[in-house]
Design a binder for this molecule. Sequence first.
Ligand code: DQA
Length: 146
Amino acid sequence: MRIRVIHGPNLHLLGRREPEVYGTTTLAEINRRLEGLAAELGVSVYATQSNHEGEIVTWIGELVEGWDGLILNPAAYTHTSVAIRDAVKAVGIPTVEVHLSNVHAREPFRRKSLIAPVALAQISGFGASVYEVALWGLVRYLRGAR
Ligand code: DQA
């Protein structure tokens, strides 16, 4: 089973970006933890980060074949990107939207997600652990647990 992980804009700054909101765990450490859990679960993960909406759209479009699921933190594009939403819908891959912070407890503009309606699930507020929660849940789902 192959799981794609896409981190959106500004997430390369995790660790020193607003630590009171996003914690102190770096993106490299998040990816390392995901690799560890993937090994335990017997699946593979491939993670990349981009600050560019079009690049994220291109990466999602590549998931038409050979990939089983997507863990996506669209970051600020969550609240603005029709293009990323359309890409997720177009490829039809089971997608878990993740946010380190609880987006529903912050500024009103963060409560609206354009991605959530086309996602399998949204996980928000556990800090860096959202990625591992997402991987665990997604693999269980793909293996047929309901
Ligand atoms: C975020 C929440 C978004 O509102 C914000 O723009 C981000 C990070 C999160 O992981 O909590 O960049 O997606």
